[in-house]
Design a protein around this ligand. Structure first.
Ligand code: PLP
Length: 377
């Protein structure tokens, strides 16, 4: 059976060159990067090279990047390390659990929390953020692109609001690093989280950008690695793999974006060709990420039928999978409950071909025909 993985937003397969590099590091560069001898020095060089590569692609200083064990860990280190108990945080209702659960815990300890809902376009209005600012507001944390909707926030405008009021801005950019160009010299984000497995790198390695001048308290105790913010012997091969994966994604970012957008247009053209009834929720979205409703159809059943045909998609995000309830994120974005329950996230990337896209729609059409007439326009 043909297998097509259309869940690029959940994770990506690791690029072959990244696998080769990591395998050679596992074999040859095993010294502890903190050791003084040559073995240690070689490992240290590998880590610093990755740091330089990542800083170059994001246009920041290498001292501003710390490596972490995931995007989740980067979010925890940033938020818990910064926020004072009697302060105020402005965030959104649709943050990833690795932000949401941290700020909710901070709220329990006395921090005031304001959560803003997205508009119908899936974006957070910078003006609404500005309205909520009070004299105690210490932090604004807003994700760059939403993991279920694929909508992209106007982080440039939000950063202007944060700067105007001298408030620290943290951005969870896990979904869009490697998919959209990000220039940290131009956009004044103070802290930004990323994760390698979203851009064809390995799982279990992430990074946090911390702009010079931002001081975080340490939330993990250990041997002092990574500015004492993420102590523990470094994942040398993972870090190197992340550096290479990000360089490759960003060196060809414009070409990749237009290739994936072309696939997306083909997908939509094919849906129309097969006269499939669908509603695309978000217009301005990450390349290749489609939150798409099939009115009258149960999204979970559709996901399972597609899976039986070898096609992998999501109902909500990977983190919320397994639930049959309508996604709260879709409801908050003004999508009604029935339509939310009929919505799948289908995400394409540079690994796909036009034939893959045509095959997916062909199978979708066969399944929907079986489901009944309602699914046809
Ligand atoms: N933030 C967002 C927006 C995500 O989509 C994810 C993962 O799906 C994460 C954070 C967590 O990243 P990681 O899987 O590296 O912990």
């Amino acid at each position: 059976m043909k297998k097509i993985y259309c869940d690029i937003s959940a994770t990506t397969p690791v690029n072959e060159k990244v696998i080769d590099l990591m395998a050679s590091i596992h074999k040859n560069t095993f010294g502890n990067p903190s050791s003084v001898h040559k073995y240690g020095q070689e490992s240290h060089v590998v880590i610093e090279k990755a740091r330089i590569d990542i800083a170059r692609t994001l246009n920041c200083h290498q001292e501003e990047i710390i490596f972490t064990a995931s995007g989740t860990e980067a979010n925890n280190i940033a938020l818990e390390g910064l926020v004072k108990s009697n302060s105020h945080i402005i965030s959104t209702t649709y943050e990833h659990p690795s932000v949401m659960n941290v700020i909710k815990n901070l709220e329990k300890k006395g921090t005031k929390l304001t959560l803003l809902k997205p508009n119908k376009d899936g974006k957070i209005d910078p003006k609404k953020i500005e309205k909520e600012i009070s004299k105690n507001t210490q932090l604004i944390t807003v994700m760059f692109a939403n993991n279920e909707l694929g909508s992209i926030n106007n982080i440039e405008k939000i950063s202007e609001v944060a700067q105007k009021h001298k408030i620290i801005l943290h951005v969870d950019a896990v979904q869009c690093v490697g998919k959209l160009p990000i220039d940290l010299d131009k956009i004044k984000i103070d802290m930004m989280s990323l994760s390698a497995h979203k851009f064809y790198g390995p799982k279990g390695v992430g990074a946090l950008f911390i702009r010079k001048g931002i001081n975080l308290k340490t939330i993990l105790n250990g041997g002092g690695q990574e500015l004492n913010l993420r102590p523990g012997t470094e994942n040398i091969s993972g870090i190197a793999g992340m550096g290479l994966a990000l360089s490759m994604a960003c060196n060809n970012i414009i070409e990749n974006m237009s290739y994936v957008k072309k696939l997306e247009q083909l997908f939509i053209k094919q849906l129309d060709k097969y006269k499939i009834n669908y509603i695309l929720h978000i217009k301005d979205r990450l390349p290749g990420v489609l939150a798409i409703g099939f009115p009258g159809i149960d999204g979970q059943s559709l996901l399972i039928s597609l899976d039986l045909k070898g096609i992998a998609v999501s109902f909500g995000s990977a983190c919320s999978s397994g639930t049959t309830k309508a996604s709260q994120i879709l409801l908050d974005a003004g999508i009604n409950e029935d339509l939310a329950k009929s919505t799948l996230r289908i995400s394409f990337g540079k690994i796909h071909t036009e034939d893959d896209v045509k095959y997916v729609v062909e199978q979708l059409s066969i399944i929907l025909k079986r489901f009944g007439k309602k699914s046809y326009a």
